[in-house]
Design a protein. Sequence first.
Length: 177
Amino acid sequence: MKRGLPMLISERMEKELNEQLGRELAASNQYLNIAGYFDHESLPELSAFFARQSEEEHEHALKFFRYILDAGGHVRVPTIPAPPASFASAEAAVQQALEWELEVTRQIHRLVDMAREERDHSTEEFLRWFVEEQVEEVKTMDELLGVVRRAGPERLLDVEQYIARKRGPSTESGVMA
């Protein structure tokens, strides 16, 4: 049975929100591959950190999924290309993550601009959380990249200790506060 909700978003906005849902899933996949890379390199804290980042990105995708439906739209998950699975170095992997977060930030800002242009106050309000979240995501990846660069390839165990300290006491490794 079809839902009888009126569509509260334009078809154009529906399309763009579906694309963003796909970008969030792509980020989740990217972080899962980075987690696998760090696991292969015997860096469990970095691996667990990126596995948690993957879960967060999946949660972001679900927020878009729910909003599209609640706004009377149709979810159409786009094709998601496979992300890189190997990296030249730990620095390259974290650099990739930072670049991805910067791109997601640009896309969120573009969606906010579009919502304002369309006078779509509901979508603009929905996106406000993502604007704030992206500030934190970029900051986290930028800080981690700085730590990895300062440590260099010979001192990645120091990075592991840094992540463990940031995480604090826990039974679950890799979750930074």
